[in-house]
Every structure is written in C-alpha cells, then in structure tokens.
Design a protein around this ligand. Structure first.
Ligand code: NDP
Length: 315
C-alpha cells in the first residue's frame, strides 16, 4: 500500500484528492495547520473524515515538516497548502509568500534531507502568467505575475524546478487554471455568485455586488483537476503541466448561467462595484493543456456552464 501526504487536506482540492487516493487504495495522511481545531467539513461532506490520518504541520517551520516526513514516510507528497486567495494576498503579502514559497522550499529540503525517493507535486497557479490578452498559456509561456499570490507561486515553481535539476528529486508543478466546486469557500467569486443566486431566488438576499464582471477566466471542475495531479506523479519523469479547459468566459457569463439555473435574469440583481476591483487584475485567463492530454491522457469533460449550474444546485 502506498502512502500519500496531502498538505492542505481541509481545502477544496485536498478533500477531492484525498477521496481519489483512497479509492486508489492509498493510505492517506493529510495535514492542517491545526488538526485539533480544524473542522475538516470538506472531508465530512465527502464522507471520508475518518478514513484519513490527520496531522498538524506548519509548513513554514522546517522542524514541523521534517518531523511529519519521518513519522509518515510518504511515497508521494501533494503540496496543496497555503494562502490561496489572490485578493487576500494584497492584504497579507508576507503570510502569502511564507506559506507558499517557504512551505514548498521546506518540503523540498526535507525530501532532500531524508534522501528517500519521495515524489512531490506542488500546486502552481495560472495566476503566474499574468495578462496574455487572450493567448492560451502553455508550459513554455513566461511568467508575469500580477499579485503577491502569483509572485509567491512563481518563486515556488522555480524552486521546484531547481531541486529537480540540482538534486534529481522527482518534483513537479501543476500550473492549474481556476477550478471550482461546491467545496469552494464563499470568499471566492464563483461560490459568492452561486450562493447569491440561490438566496435571491428564495427572497433571502436582494442583490449581488461584484468587482469587474468583464474579466475572463478558464473555469474547470475541481474533481477532474485532482486526477491530473495524481497522474503527474505516476509518470517516469517529473515534468510540469498546465491544466485547463482551453476556453475562457466572462465573469458575467458565469453569473448569467448561475442565475438562469434558478430561473432569474442576472441583470436585474447584479451590480459591478469599482471598490471591489483589485489593485492589478488579469483581464483574460486561458490555458492550453495539450501537453497534459498527450502525456497524461488527461482531458476535462466539464465546461464552465456545467460548473456554474452544479455549484448552484449544490447550494
Ligand atoms: P484552499 O484554500 O481550499 O485550501 C488550502 C489549504 O491550505 C487550506 O485548507 C488551509 O488548511 C491551508 N492554508 C490556508 N491558508 C494558509 C496559510 N496562510 N498558511 C498555511 N496554510 C494555509 O485551496 P484549494 O484547495 O482551492 O487549492 C489548493 C492549492 O492549489 C492551493 O495552493 C491553491 O493556491 C492552488 N491553486 C488553486 C486553484 C483553484 O482554482 N482552486 C488554481 C490554482 C492553484 P488549514 O487551515 O487546515 O491549515
């Protein structure tokens, strides 16, 4: 039986990945900053709370990281932990940098220290690409990060690549475009929209204030994206992969589908508020996942409209 260590198991991707790994027969150990205090409601929602081993780990603390590696002896590590909100990163740039960059570095150093053939998947982000004016980004597209979050993810990406080249560690990054699900917290705009559509349809909310509704994103379905993470660690050689649907849609299109699925016209209830705009914003995000299709056999089935509808249905 293989053992997988999933950092950030309480999050959206952590919960779906844990479920997938359990189905594949893995012993799954997940980490949280405080496993005693975390509610692990996503694991409960997927009915796997008692099937995983849970440990407290502070990824920015080397001792804490090396300790869990000695205790768990993982074959594979999936590093999904870290401050994951672009907008919060403008408010908490140091915490963001620490949790993302230092977290990845401590994992790489710990693997190097143990000398064991542990495979590492690190959660990269499409935010690293910045504005590409609608061009689809692939693995060769340069990074031009536009937020503290994206800068931290870019730094971690290059650190992973460096440890792979310098120490021959099996370490790779998945450069994932936005992926959503009913497990997304409401801080993220897609869940904010899904919840608002439902509440407005029930007369519990009057309107929905959003930031820039002209931005375009490449939205996919989270349970499919964690399959790509797993596949990356089953390769003979560690390589980085872009994971995306290849289609981008305006935020207002997402809103329209969400509201239509409860029988409402979004225009009557939604406003765009300049105060909610970000200091710097990526206008269009779109990815080209043809390398993943070719080498991993990974192809997404769910499109933006499926994602928006399923999120509202789950509210
Ligand atoms: P979540 O925010 O749902 O989960 C991340 C987990 O990391 C949290 O559950 C939390 O666990 C832990 N965490 C949060 N803040 C910090 C912090 N400041 N320091 C240390 N740990 C922290 O993220 P997702 O599951 O959506 O994403 C997983 C990874 O993939 C993240 O690294 C994210 O940045 C990245 N990513 C996600 C995309 C998406 O569209 N979802 C797109 C591209 C990349 P706990 O509180 O238990 O410690």
């Amino acid at each position: 039986m293989k053992t997988a260590l999933v950092t950030g198991i309480s999050g959206q991707d952590g919960a779906y990945l844990a479920k997938l790994l359990l189905e594949k027969g893995y012993h799954v150990c997940g980490t949280s900053r405080d496993a005693q205090m975390s509610s692990f409601k996503n694991l409960e929602r997927l009915n796997i709370r008692t099937d995983v081993q849970l440990e407290s780990v502070a990824l920015n603390d080397f001792r804490s990281v090396i300790q869990v590696l000695f205790k768990i002896r993982p074959d594979e590590i999936y590093n999904l932990a870290g401050q994951s909100s672009v907008s919060l990163s403008f408010e908490q740039p140091v915490e963001t940098q620490d949790s993302i960059y230092l977290g990845a570095l401590n994992l790489l150093e710990s693997i190097r220290f143990t000398g064991k053939a542990i495979k590492l998947y690190n959660a990269g982000s499409s935010e690293c690409f910045g504005n590409l004016n609608g061009m689809a980004a692939d693995e060769n597209t340069p990074f031009r990060p536009k937020s503290p979050y994206a800068v931290a993810k870019a730094a971690a990406f290059w650190q992973v690549a460096n440890y792979r080249e310098a120490y021959n560690i099996f370490a790779c990054s998945g450069i994932l475009f936005n992926h959503e699900s009913p497990l997304r917290p409401e801080r993220f705009v897609t869940q904010k929209i899904a919840q608002a559509a439902r509440r407005i349809s029930q007369g519990k909310q009057k309107s929905l204030q959003l930031g820039n509704i002209e931005i375009q994103r490449d939205w996919g379905w989270a349970p499919e994206y964690v399959e790509a993470m797993f596949l990356m660690l089953q390769q003979d050689q560690a390589e980085d992969f872009v994971i995306a649907t290849g289609k981008s849609h305006r935020l207002q299109d997402f809103v329209a589908v969400a509201f239509a699925s409860v029988g409402l016209d979004w225009r009557k209830y939604t406003t765009s508020d300049k105060a909610l705009f970000r200091p710097t914003e990526i206008m269009i995000g779109r990815g080209d996942a043809s390398k993943a299709a070719r080498k991993l056999g990974w192809k997404p089935k769910y499109k933006m409209a499926d994602v928006a509808r399923l999120m509202v249905e789950a509210t």
